[in-house]
Ligand binder design. Structure first.
Ligand code: SF4
Ligand code: SF4
Length: 146
């Protein structure tokens, strides 16, 4: 991958609790969604949140970042990959995947940025997804008040 920057976008709501360590760790040790990234290519990583539902703020955050890294270091948008963190792209312990996932992909794509899904891939969470543990319970609908 001929990239100089990976920008991880985290769910703003999840970020109220999660410092993003497991995303950073996956990047650092080239695990999960980063397993194919060369270990010693000097690629940098930066993380930010979507800014809260519906995620529209991410467009402004990324626009400013693109402007600054080009001004300061000559890094161009084709050298940047945006990764939507697994708490956005997958059902997980924190809750279902982001209801605005397609919107996020669309607004980031409009900046002509390469956008990819997933960061940390937890073995336990994968097992739970396979087993349907994160699916909504099939309860009877609430009785109509009418
Ligand atoms: S993927 Fe996990 S570690 Fe990364 S920001 Fe989301 S909850 Fe935190
Ligand atoms: S738009 Fe999605 S990723 Fe952003 S805060 Fe809302 S649920 Fe989380």
């Amino acid at each position: 991958m001929d990239k100089k920057y990976v920008v991880i976008v985290q769910c703003h709501i999840v970020h109220e609790r999660c410092p993003g360590y497991f995303c950073e760790r996956s990047f650092h040790f080239r695990e999960g969604a980063f397993k194919d990234l060369p270990a010693d290519n000097g690629i940098r990583m930066l993380s930010l949140t979507c800014g809260g539902c519906c995620g529209r703020a991410v467009q402004r955050k990324l626009s400013l970042l693109l402007r600054k890294i080009e001004q300061k270091e000559g890094v161009t948008r084709d050298q940047v990959q945006v990764r939507l963190a697994s708490c956005i792209s997958k059902d997980n312990y924190h809750g279902p995947c982001c209801p605005h996932l397609d919107y996020l992909k669309d607004i980031i794509g409009r900046l002509k940025l390469d956008v990819a899904l997933d960061t940390v891939i937890s073995r336990k969470s994968e097992e739970r997804r396979q087993a349907g543990c994160y699916a909504a319970p099939k309860s009877a609908p609430a009785p109509s008040p009418f």
